[in-house]
Design a protein around this ligand. Structure first.
Ligand code: AMP
Length: 339
């Protein structure tokens, strides 16, 4: 059984590679400096594929994210991601190590996070999910988001897939994927129309002004899901999810909330607020009673875990279907054996 240790992370332990300023290398093949292990696919995002790779000179392993840039917009997004990542240095944030731009393909070498996605981890048979464990995770997420905001950056795609565990057994997490992140300029009104509908704030869906508080709504949805196994604004289609977000209605009536403390519900309520300016900031979250004084009870949240399993399986299916569609678009022929 894996009981999450509830100590706060020792910062230096979690810095896997030294912080460094990355200059993009143009027209240099990444294979000059790295062995890319194509058999070891670590994951796929909406734009790219992530493989295990090894630096030839040091033998150190990294995650190589390959993105085929098909148009100007995709190029701009990738350049934006590199630019933003190269100025973020924090133990709770994925670190950029190297970057290659070969015109059609951009490849970034990222610090390797080997524990897998947080939600895959918590549904593991051996993992004991308790409210205390959720506090340990949420505290780190708020710490990382607080740092991002202190650097005047808004992540804009905080969702379960973008929270990775450092190892298969410890409780340390890191935030990844800055593909949608934006710099905040107080002199300009920032509006965006993207994100993952289930976890996106109402101001995004309504195409209203966004700010740091936009990330805090996503944290509220993630926390609700982690504690109950239910995604509060899930809809069968993106449109349905967006409608639910704009209505912003949720409750704690499900049996999964029976063993959840009032402090935890109060924490969620302070984030899932329609008026963004009234949401807690990341710094205020860390001062909230729920995160400050970890709950004493360590009851295993079995109903939550069963529901989380269903959520993760649904995500796996969506990912698989998207991968097939992407491969077919690239010309691959896929035969299905129906057993
Ligand atoms: P992304 O395109 O950045 O959203 O990444 C897609 C998927 O690849 C993620 O959901 C992770 O499962 C995996 N992944 C991304 N970055 C890393 C990393 N640094 N180490 C290990 N796995 C990663």
């Amino acid at each position: 059984m894996i009981y999450v240790d509830e100590d706060d992370p020792i910062e230096d332990d979690d810095i896997l590679i030294p912080y460094r300023d990355v200059k993009v290398k143009h027209n240099v093949d990444p294979k000059t400096d790295y062995d890319i292990i194509k058999d070891e696919e670590l994951g796929r995002g909406s734009y790219g594929t992530v493989y295990l790779c090894r630096e030839k000179s040091s033998g150190h392993e990294f995650a190589a994210k390959y993105v085929h840039v098909k148009n100007k917009e995709e190029r701009r997004n990738m350049e934006n991601e590199i630019d933003i990542m190269s100025c973020l240095h924090h133990p709770r944030i994925i670190q950029l190590y190297d970057a290659f731009d070969n015109g059609k393909t951009i490849c970034v070498m990222l610090e390797l996070i080997s524990g897998g996605e947080l939600f895959e981890r918590v549904i593991d048979e051996d993992f004991v999910l308790t409210e205390k464990a959720c506090v340990a995770f949420m505290r780190q997420i708020c710490d990382g988001v607080g740092y991002i905001h202190s650097q005047s950056i808004i992540h804009l795609d905080l969702k379960p897939e973008n929270i990775l565990c450092l190892t298969k057994t410890g409780n340390r997490i890191k935030l990844i994927d800055f593909g949608m992140a934006r710099r905040f300029d107080p002199a300009k009104k920032l509006k965006v129309l993207f994100g993952t509908p289930e976890f996106t704030a109402p101001e995004v869906v309504n195409f209203d002004e966004i700010s740091f508080y936009t990330d805090m709504w996503s944290l509220g949805s993630i926390c609700y899901l982690l504690l109950s196994g239910i995604s509060p604004f899930y809809g069968d289609t993106d449109l349905e999810s967006m409608t639910k977000v704009t209505v912003g209605k949720y409750d704690f009536d499900d049996e999964a909330f029976n063993n959840i403390s009032q402090d935890a519900k109060d924490f969620i309520k302070s984030l899932l607020v329609m008026d963004g300016k009234k949401r807690l900031t990341a710094a205020q979250c860390l001062e909230h009673t729920w995160l400050k004084k970890s709950p004493k009870q360590t009851t295993a949240l079995s109903t939550t875990k069963a529901k989380l399993k269903k959520f993760v399986i649904r995500k796996r299916w969506i990912k698989a279907v998207n991968t097939i569609i992407a491969l077919q678009k690239m010309g691959a022929k896929i035969d299905f054996d129906l057993v």
